[in-house]
Design a protein around this ligand. Structure first.
Ligand SMILES: Nc1ncnc2c1ncn2[C@@H]1O[C@H](COP(=O)(O)OP(=O)(O)OP(=O)(O)O)[C@@H](O)[C@H]1O
Ligand code: SF4
Ligand SMILES: [Mg+2]
Length: 416
């Protein structure tokens, strides 16, 4: 299969066993027979749950509850595209990302990578599959060992996964990786602390690319960077995606970060996806009351439009994921809440083919809200329970931090 060389722009035949330039084709989800059937889902997630047990007791630990960090999530991520995942702090974004890669063992559900059910794989087979997906983290300083030189950091995954070519092949590969992320060869003997934040993130990306992954999960990849550097890193991610047909899941609490890079954006609230749509549709016409509130807090550059916009100020704290509200998780704060169904029946994520094709929303009254048949009302803040403070070793801590990080009457944190 002809592929474009990352380093030299030449074409060659892809050979999994051969060392050398990064491959642009031969990716998972690129099987022509599957491609003919329309867009290919590289990643399919069904009813995924990650419940962290809450333990209590000093001598005999017993489970007294569970933090439902991810609670019934379905995802279909098309090969070669970017899927943006947004939501406020503590809603379960990172846990979902890690569970998809089996860095955290899910409690329930299924995860298929290019049709292969990865949750049923043995540790040995999982190790082989793991090279197909990589993570880019928020803080490269924390994810890169400060005692390792660039050469050592980039060679490590090659050695661990027996990347062919021996020492010479690995050295060549390291230089190719530096080239594709825009760093000069001369940095190979430097250490992470000698780089700026943006350069460190480039190193993190180079390391993630080392094994030719199909899927990269970038968890808040630019949150720690200055705005000008954020744009450079986002542009680099876009460029690499086009060059190597990568599939991304980009996690962010900042709506602006995912807006332009994502084909599809999903909004998460308290362990579940509440809305999912093509990026432009979601920003043009948010349908879920929670997304409406998030969007209403994003400033518009035009001062005339900004002045006339109405803000939806959410009342009340973010409930604890250890004790989520019954029915719709958002009903304790929803200005459109109705007397029936909202507090008894959990809405499923469903498409609205007649009024908004391709747009999915988990709200019983989405059509009526869109048509203006029901209007927002004042919400009386309800008292919410914090996660019970568990005792003893191995127990988790109460989630007050997440309540503190939740939406406040002044608008959501990070919704810029
Ligand atoms: N290892 C763990 N044990 C127990 N609870 C956990 C663990 N990891 C995460 N949680 C809890 O799961 C919930 C979701 O956490 P997660 O880190 O996935 O949220 P997030 O959306 O990524 O937040 P942030 O934007 O702050 O990174 C939180 O209530 C958190 O306290
Ligand atoms: S289901 Fe009810 S509470 Fe939930 S978002 Fe819709 S209107 Fe609000
Ligand atoms: Mg996180």
């Amino acid at each position: 299969m002809p592929v474009r060389s990352a380093a030299g722009g030449r074409t060659r035949h892809a050979d999994r066993a051969a060392p050398g330039p990064l491959r642009a084709a031969g990716r998972r989800g690129r099987d022509p027979a599957r491609r003919e059937r329309g867009p290919v889902s590289l990643l399919e997630v069904r009813d995924l749950e990650v419940h962290f047990p809450i333990k209590a007791g000093t001598l005999f630990q017993r489970t007294v509850g569970a933090v439902k960090a991810v609670d019934g999530v379905d995802l279909d991520i098309e090969a070669g595209t970017t899927f943006g995942l947004v939501g406020e702090s503590g809603c379960g974004k990172s846990t979902l990302g890690r569970a998809v890669m089996r860095l955290i063992e899910p409690t329930k559900g299924s995860v298929k990578l290019d049709g292969q059910d990865i949750l049923s794989l043995s540790e040995r087979r999982m190790r082989a599959v793991r090279r197909q997906f990589q993570m880019v983290f928020q803080d490269p300083m924390a994810s890169l060992d400060p005692r390792q030189s660039v050469e050592s950091l980039l060679t490590e995954p090659l050695r661990a996964h027996k990347f062919p070519g021996g020492s010479a092949g690995h050295a060549k590969r390291v230089r190719e990786l530096l080239d594709v992320v825009g760093l000069p060869e001369s940095v190979v003997n430097r250490y992470p602390h000698e780089f700026s934040g943006g350069q460190r993130q480039r190193l993190g990306i180079a390391r993630a690319l080392a094994l030719n992954p199909a899927l990269i999960i970038a968890d808040e990849p630019v949150s720690a960077l200055d705005v000008s550097i954020q744009a450079q890193v986002i542009n680099l991610l876009k460029e690499l995606q086009e060059r190597f047909s990568l599939t991304y899941v980009v996690i962010a609490h900042d709506l602006a970060v995912v807006r332009h890079i994502s084909k599809t954006v999903a909004v998460m609230y308290l362990g579940g996806i509440v809305e999912q749509a093509p990026s432009a549709d979601l920003y043009r016409q948010p349908l879920h009351p929670y997304t409406k509130a998030l969007m209403s807090a994003v400033p518009v550059p035009d001062p005339n439009v900004e002045e006339t916009r109405s803000r939806i100020l959410l009342q009340g704290d973010l409930p604890s994921p250890a004790n989520p509200p019954a029915g719709c998780r958002f009903h304790t704060r929803c200005p459109w809440k109705q007397a029936s169904r909202c507090d008894t029946e959990r809405p499923t994520l469903r498409e609205l083919p007649l009024v908004a094709p391709g747009h999915k929303v988990a709200c019983h009254y989405a059509e009526d809200i869109l048509a203006g048949k029901i209007t927002p009302h004042e919400v009386k803040p309800e008292e919410v329970e914090l996660t019970p403070a568990a005792e003893g070793p191995g127990s988790i801590e109460a989630t007050e931090a997440h309540v503190a990080g939740g939406l406040t009457p002044g608008g959501p944190p990070g919704a810029r």
